[in-house]
Design a protein around this ligand. Structure first.
Ligand SMILES: [Zn+2]
Length: 419
């Protein structure tokens, strides 16, 4: 018998973790954190001794962040793409830097994990008794979905998935055999995104208006994925003004550009990089603050990092603008700015004078694309709707039952499914 247990990401976004267990084989899919305010939360735990393999679907911390915990006294096999290994390393380092007090491992365990990680570029590996296959999931560079064939049962895990082309990445192409169980993300299971072209147009037009009005257009962006996407969009649309890159986005961009095989159009990113100004130190930052142009800087929700340095000037100047380009978690400075037009340290929020815009870029499938994936399933799999707020997961499971007849669930942490 094969059992699948939800270790995390049940009716929540964050701390993804799923255990797949056969009679002799135990595999863990993802092992991430949930960053809630200051204090991170973790998935259920298991002994690293019995693990035949850990698979990391992509570098985002909610899928990878706590995996080094298994490397304190053991070294279980861990599988991820090479680019995921590089990006995970910088993201977890940053997590340790920001919240080391709450994180139950140190840089040494991270290093052991990174050194021991096995590349999955072969697209197919044997883990214990399981045959495991990977396909690109179109979400960020290196992201994969996973198909496990174990003791006659087939289990598919979407990871985070996107089935439309972006400027940076090719979309996920899903080609699956008959399944017994599918674990699918539900981040935007109740939301349809704005069309991609409209988002790109809004970004380029807003940036152009701000810069032509003599201002700085600050684009706070996640260092991994979104910063490179913004660079590519500006380049594709022949944006002709200054573009400055700052923060952790710089390291991530160099890493991603060094893996052209992961990209839709590596030349587009290379061209964008060569015309951008790279901040090397405080002097460059001051220069960027003095003349009109676009600044792309992490973090994406203004919760720290280089973007907050620019915000100090931008917030007070009506000529300047902030263009938010990703989902803003409730309670973050970015979300407060978006909803209330205010910014500042807690207790000292003040109305900003600059223009504020939000563009609905997403690297996750929207409502209809998620349903199309489920409708493409062959066989009669049980479907677990995970990695979404409770209403998203529940609504998605309900629609799957009605529209496809599959048994569908919105499981919570600890729920177990037998196949
Ligand atoms: Zn992700």
């Amino acid at each position: 018998m094969v059992e699948v247990t939800v270790f995390g990401a049940g009716q929540e976004v964050g701390r993804s973790g799923f255990e797949v267990k056969g009679s002799k084989t135990k595999i863990l899919l993802d092992y991430g954190v949930l960053v809630k305010e200051e204090r991170p939360a973790f998935p259920l735990s298991t002994s690293p001794k019995d693990l035949d393999g850990i698979i990391i679907s992509h570098a985002h911390l909610d899928h990878s962040g706590i995996a080094p915990l298994f490397f304190i006294s053991e070294t279980p096999p861990i599988y991820m793409k090479n680019i995921t290994k590089q990006l995970t390393d910088i993201l977890i380092r940053d997590l340790l830097h920001l919240s080391s007090y709450y994180i139950p491992f140190e840089a040494l365990e991270l290093k052991t994990m990174i050194d021991r990680s096995r590349d999955i570029n072969s697209e197919r590996v044997k883990i214990g008794e399981a045959d495991v296959k990977f396909q690109s999931s179109g979400h960020i560079p290196g992201s994969v979905n996973t198909l496990i064939d174990l003791e006659g049962k087939r289990i598919w895990y979407s990871g985070d998935i996107n089935t439309i082309d972006t400027a940076l990445l090719n979309r996920a192409r899903i080609d699956l055999p008959e399944l017994d169980l599918a674990i699918i993300e539900s981040t935007y299971a109740t939301v349809e995104h704005e069309p991609r072209e409209a988002c790109e147009k809004k970004l380029v037009e807003t940036a152009t208006e701000v810069v032509e009005g003599g201002g700085i257009a600050l684009i706070p962006a996640f260092s991994v994925g979104r910063s490179q996407e913004v660079l590519c969009i500006l380049q594709k649309n022949r944006f002709k003004y200054d573009i400055t890159l700052d923060g952790m986005s710089r390291t991530a961009t160099k890493m991603i550009a060094s893996r052209p095989e992961e990209l839709r159009d590596p030349k587009l990113l290379r061209d964008a990089m060569s015309r951008a100004k790279w901040v090397q130190g405080e002097k460059d930052r001051k220069k960027a603050l003095k003349r009109p142009g676009v600044v792309i800087a992490s973090s994406g929700m203004l919760s720290g990092g280089a973007s907050t340095r620019y915000m100090e000037k931008v917030r007070n100047d009506p000529k300047d603008g902030v263009i938010l380009v990703s989902y803003q978690v409730p309670g973050t400075p970015g979300r407060i700015l978006m909803d209330e037009g205010k910014y500042g340290p807690p207790g000292e929020l003040k109305k900003v004078k600059c223009r504020v815009e939000w563009v609905d870029f997403s690297s996750h499938c929207g409502k209809n694309d998620l349903m199309s994936i489920v409708k493409s399933f062959r066989g009669n799999p049980k479907v677990l709707c995970v990695h979404g707020e409770a209403p998203s997961c529940i609504d998605f499971a309900e629609r799957i039952k009605q529209e496809t007849g599959h048994e569908a669930f919105a499981p919570v942490m600890g729920d177990r499914f037998k196949l």
